[in-house]
Design a protein around this ligand. Structure first.
Ligand code: SF4
Length: 368
């Protein structure tokens, strides 16, 4: 009875307030999956552009599977958390390869929660979102918005991001889920969290249709919820990028006439398989100028080395203290794993946001 009342208020609110978003207007599991992966850690306004570009370039899971990983990473550039793109591509290939005896044109996307959940990069949330939005199956899709709404409705002060907290919330959300209309319920409660029961509430509670059912409102605890576990300590790292530049046929030091060195990152970290300038990591403050990754015999060829830029780049658990040094050289040094490309070809390679900041800075020091 309590839930029935809650559903009717929630759905009425949803009908009047919901945003028209392309991934909520389709039941295509591939497109829903794509949108959910893009929207993790990304604002809707920014994610929308990426979503439209992806579905335009790769309209089906087969199209995505046939793309090169480098192309997918290049299209993902700027979104960060590149493991999402790598997993997306890997999962697309797995889906297509498992097609087995299906005829061309038949749906190849998995149709059970367990099979969806087994794909790389797909956790409980994404599997629940695909199962409910695409197939209207009774699985919850619990993102940050939903945790917030449920924590407040039920006045739960247990951290939602611990193992015990997740279990507790899962139990409550399973009880709250509208099993007759899971697609509608999940869409509505997520949108409600995004637009009405927001992190900073302002006057939202006063106009809230769920106010009478909300325990946190009754107890005056809404602004304190949800509770998170203490954040891990942020790790400081110090990077020095060496930007080797040489001119083509000893011409002008202009952007369209210089070459540079880049390497594909093979370290299995968040920048795996992205391209970057030769980079040194040190333990503390930034020192050194010549770039010891280059062989000593090349040092005579350096015409000019100057620090050009230092900045701090913040990631969720890391603080990168970066600087870039430009080395204008007659001949490129011999650094294992690097390739020499024209500066203007940088656009053809997948670069992290951090590397893009370096590119922008160096670009501003060179005439066009
Ligand atoms: S009353 Fe306030 S805290 Fe409670 S559900 Fe509504 S907006 Fe959220």
């Amino acid at each position: 009875m309590l839930n029935t009342l809650l559903y009717s208020h929630l759905y009425r609110w949803y009908e009047s307030n919901r945003r028209i978003l392309p991934w909520r207007e389709t039941e295509d599991p591939y497109r829903i999956w794509l949108s959910e992966v893009i929207l993790q850690q990304t604002r809707v306004a920014q994610g929308l552009d990426y979503y439209l570009r992806f579905v335009s370039r790769w309209p089906t899971v087969e199209d995505l599977a046939s793309a090169d990983e480098a192309e997918v990473l290049r299209e993902w550039q700027g979104l960060g958390y590149y493991s999402r793109a790598r997993n997306l591509h890997k999962a697309a290939r797995m889906i297509v390869e498992s097609k087995g005896g299906l005829k061309a044109g038949q749906t190849v996307f998995p149709t059970s929660f367990e099979a969806i959940r087994a794909l790389p990069g797909i956790g409980d949330y994404t599997a629940g979102a695909i199962a409910s939005f695409a197939y209207d199956m009774p699985y919850p899709a619990v993102d940050g918005n939903v945790y917030r709404v449920v924590a407040r409705l039920l006045d739960i002060d247990e951290p939602f991001d611990t193992t015990a907290g997740k279990k507790l919330f899962r139990k409550h959300i399973e009880q709250l889920l509208d099993r007759e209309h899971p697609r509608l319920f999940n869409s509505a409660i997520m949108e409600f969290g995004a637009l009405q029961c927001t992190p900073v509430l302002g006057d939202n509670c006063l106009s809230c249709p769920l106010q009478a059912q909300c325990l946190a409102y009754a107890h005056g605890t809404a602004e304190l919820l949800p509770v998170r576990k203490p954040r891990p300590k942020v790790r400081d790292r110090w990077f020095t990028y060496h930007i080797y530049l040489t001119t083509m046929d000893n011409g002008q030091w202009t952007m369209d006439n210089v070459c540079t060195l880049i390497r594909r990152r093979e370290e299995k970290d968040i920048w795996y398989h992205l391209y970057e300038f030769p980079c040194e990591e040190s333990n503390s403050s930034l020192t050194g100028e010549a770039g010891p990754t280059a062989k000593r015999s090349n040092s005579k060829a350096i015409l000019q080395a100057q620090p050009v830029y230092a900045f701090t780049h913040i990631l969720s658990h890391q603080r990168i203290h970066a600087r870039a040094i430009i080395h204008k050289v007659q001949k490129m040094p011999d650094i294992p794993g690097t390739i020499s490309i024209r500066w203007e070809e940088l656009n053809d390679y997948a670069l992290s946001r951090l590397t893009l900041r370096v590119v922008d800075t160096v670009r501003s020091t060179l005439p066009r």
